[in-house]
Design a protein around this ligand. Structure first.
Ligand code: PAF
Length: 281
């Protein structure tokens, strides 16, 4: 595996690289969820590029940015072991040089749930850096985790709206054996909070079971999920049943629905989601 940090080095390393080229954008702190993205890319592409860049523009909170786990040497070892061909690890000055003044802002779905909770800057930061990474690497495919379902939907919207000409591949969420969705933030879960964090997946499964038992009222399913969270004394920021593409609230269940949850467990903000399918009448 080769590591590069600048756009010029990246271009040189990619000249003549076997296609298709796949990009797996990450902020480092690589874990089993990233390894699943890399494995999916490895299975489909001739060249796998992983970008490693903690993007300051998408953090709404300076303390959250400062606390973000960073270990470049470990990330490089994980990426190499996973079969990555090229690691692109730019500095902030490579991505946002002096005078940088452009922001990509996705309307509609980016303003809901995570956009409303974390502020308009969050998805604008994601959309801007993803556009920049896609333009730098020019991949044929880019891989994103379904755990960040709204981010995946925002990226799909962005790529369609701006004709970016890259295939966006969503990869299923990887979970611990007790159901907790794997996330870089899990390392900050302390003591009992680690066990309480499983309440998010339990709540998603409870909503899914309700739908499978025939409940079609989103509010009733939301209440079912809320009850499961409260049994573990977890108070969510939101529990929502939304259209998986637009993230608009659903008046009734008829087809595919995404149940999305955000909650603080101790000091750690967690998100999780599950797509449920109901028959169309
Ligand atoms: O999901 C992430 O790790 C980040 O939001 C991404 C897509 C790498 C953009 O910074």
């Amino acid at each position: 595996m080769k590591t590069v940090t600048t756009a010029a080095e990246l271009r040189e390393a990619l000249a003549g690289a076997p296609r298709p080229v796949a990009l797996v954008p990450t902020m480092g702190a690589l874990h089993a969820g990233h390894e699943a993205l890399i494995a999916a890319a490895r299975g489909a592409a001739g060249t796998v590029v992983v970008s490693l860049f903690v993007n300051p523009a998408q953090f709404d909170d300076g303390a959250d940015l400062a606390a973000y786990p960073r270990d470049a040497a470990r990330d490089a070892a994980v990426a190499a072991a996973a079969g990555v061909d090229l690691l692109f690890a730019p500095g902030v000055e490579d991505i946002y040089p002096d005078g940088f003044a452009t922001t990509i802002s996705v309307g509609g779905l980016a303003e809901r749930l995570e956009g409303a909770q974390r502020g308009a800057g969050h998805f604008a930061g994601v959309a801007t850096v993803v556009t920049k990474l896609l333009n730098l690497v020019r991949p044929d495919q880019a891989y994103f985790g379904q755990k960040d379902a709204q981010q995946l939907a925002v990226v799909r919207r962005l790529v369609a709206d701006l004709d970016l000409g890259v295939e966006i591949v969503g990869v299923p969420t990887v979970r611990e054996v007790d159901g907790l969705a794997i996330s870089s933030r899990n390392v900050h879960l302390r003591g009992e909070d680690r066990a309480r964090a499983t309440a998010l997946y339990a709540a998603l499964l409870a909503a899914q079971a309700g739908a499978q038992a025939g409940e079609r009222d989103p509010e009733a399913l939301r209440e079912t999920a809320l009850a499961a969270l409260r049994r573990e004394h977890v108070e969510p920021e939101y529990v929502a049943l939304v259209d998986p593409d637009t993230f608009a609230p659903l008046p009734a269940l008829n087809g595919r629905a995404l149940v999305a949850i955000a909650a603080r467990v101790g000091a750690v903000r967690l998100i999780d989601n599950l797509t449920i399918n109901t028959e169309v009448h």
